[in-house]
Ligand binder design. Structure first.
Ligand code: HEC
Length: 131
């Protein structure tokens, strides 16, 4: 392919939005990384789920006793699109949700458990390892 036609192709892709979609897809490709959430420690997160008793309300794969049914199961978390149906599922937004669900979604049944920012990052790191 000559430089001219390559440029034309890129321009066409830009015009159709394909290029943007490809860039976004690339950003979602987390294969190979031990944990995609650099700000948290999944091993600490495992302990935090017990300390905050998230386990009483949520099914969390790999966490002992996490069988609660009051909240939705947190299975395949890395593949989820939304958090509680209101926020895009990114690590930053998950950290916000864990620290103050009521502020994100007034009237939600998920309680404010006084989660610290560090603990929220650790739990987010664990949840984003579930896929
Ligand atoms: C008293 C029960 C209860 C406890 C304890 C609890 N949650 Fe929840 N959680 C809920 C409910 C109910 C929802 C659904 C909220 C909504 O959709 O508004 C929820 C939603 C969530 C969601 C979004 C789920 C989804 O499918 O979008 C995550 C993530 C979450 N909780 C994580 C945690 C973590 C981590 C803890 C511990 C720090 C915790 N929860 C403690 C009840 C609880």
């Amino acid at each position: 392919m000559g430089a001219q036609s390559r440029r034309t192709l890129i321009n066409n892709m830009k015009a159709s939005g394909t290029l943007i979609a490809l860039v976004l897809l690339g950003a979602c490709d987390r294969s190979g990384a031990p944990s995609p959430v650099s700000g948290g420690d999944p091993a600490r997160g495992r302990i935090a789920f017990q300390q905050y008793a998230c386990t009483t309300c949520h099914i969390i794969p790999g966490i002992v006793g996490a069988k609660g049914l009051a909240g939705p199961p947190l299975t395949d978390w890395a593949n989820r699109v939304y958090i509680a149906g209101v926020l895009p599922n990114t690590p930053d937004d998950l950290v916000l949700w864990l620290q103050d669900p009521e502020r994100i979604s007034p009237g939600t049944a998920m309680p404010d458990l006084g989660v610290t920012e560090r603990d929220a990052w650790d739990m987010a790191a664990y949840l984003f390892s579930l896929k």
